[in-house]
Design a protein around this ligand. Structure first.
Ligand SMILES: [Zn+2]
Length: 288
């Protein structure tokens, strides 16, 4: 079935650097709860950062998450922030809840002459050959005619935020200083958590911009269950970037896609789009 873009709902680029606070929801956008928790029924629902605060996310959705769902979403957010984007966050000095615990060094693997097994060596952030490991994914199954039982098609890609030449120069420098044969960068990977995070960003952005009642949501139950495997139905790579803003740190584009009689809501998301990180597509739901 051929898809056509119904229309685009794009941010005003001039507003991108501001903190943007959307209207309070008054209901948990994941489980529908109207109170924060059983032990604190009078407390307001939690403030949702659409993109995690740890990645300098500035779009805020007030009164949007209960205590239980907050616990679930923050567990995978923290893993991605720490494991995948840790060195980058330190380099750009992005917000941290525990700045004192922020590591000042990150490991590289050093191969010494005559040794098969590398030695892990800690290198200060300023000298580290910055890199992040992300994944290129196939389009969400939702858009494809493939059989479900196939493995998730994905491959690892490494991005060098300062450019590959700089990373290579830094690796050579470290090798020289240590007297090592060669240096390899160790990147953290958190595939499942990244998929959950993309689903969370797409869903919360759609709730912020259109409201909970505008669409039938595909993602909240899968997010709560942390069902990253089934999420490949709705989360995957982005084949064609409709419009992009490589200047801002993160980029989200929300749009409607018409397929047959239905209109679906899709978010294209790139975390660190300014560093040429890949775009992902998230099918958020069906418009009522
Ligand atoms: Zn909830």
């Amino acid at each position: 079935m051929k898809s056509s873009y119904e229309d685009l709902i794009v941010f005003n680029p001039n507003e991108r650097d501001l903190r943007w606070r959307y209207a309070p929801v008054g209901q948990c956008i994941y489980c529908g709860a109207r109170s924060y928790s059983q032990s604190q029924p009078d407390r307001r629902l939690g403030l949702e950062h659409i993109i995690p605060e740890s990645l300098d996310g500035r779009y805020l959705l007030p009164e949007a998450s209960c205590a239980k769902c907050e616990g679930i979403t923050s567990s995978f957010e923290q893993k991605v922030a720490k494991r995948v984007f840790g060195p980058l966050r330190a380099h750009f000095n992005l917000p941290s809840k525990r700045p004192r615990e922020r590591p000042s060094t990150f490991p590289v693997s050093a191969y010494f002459e005559g040794a098969e097994i590398p030695v892990s060596v800690e290198v200060p952030v300023a000298q580290h050959p910055l890199s992040i490991a992300l994944v290129k994914m196939a389009r969400p199954y939702f858009f494809r005619k493939k059989k479900w039982d196939e493995a998730w098609e994905r491959r690892l890609i490494v991005i060098y935020p300062g450019g590959m030449a700089v990373a290579n120069a830094r690796m050579n420098e470290i090798a020289k200083r240590l007297g090592a044969r060669r240096i390899e960068i160790r990147c953290g990977v958190a595939f499942q958590e990244l998929v959950l995070l993309l689903a969370k960003i797409g869903h919360s952005m759609a709730c912020a911009m259109l409201g909970l009642n505008a669409f039938y949501p595909f993602l909240p139950e899968l997010i709560i269950r942390k069902d990253s495997d089934y999420l490949r139905m709705f989360v995957g790579g982005c084949s064609e970037i409709i419009t992009h803003d490589r200047d801002s740190m993160h980029d989200i584009i929300l749009y409607r896609v018409k397929r047959g009689k239905n209109i679906f809501l899709v978010a294209d998301i790139s975390l660190f789009s300014n560093l040429n990180a890949p775009y992902y597509s998230v099918v958020v739901g069906r418009m009522y």
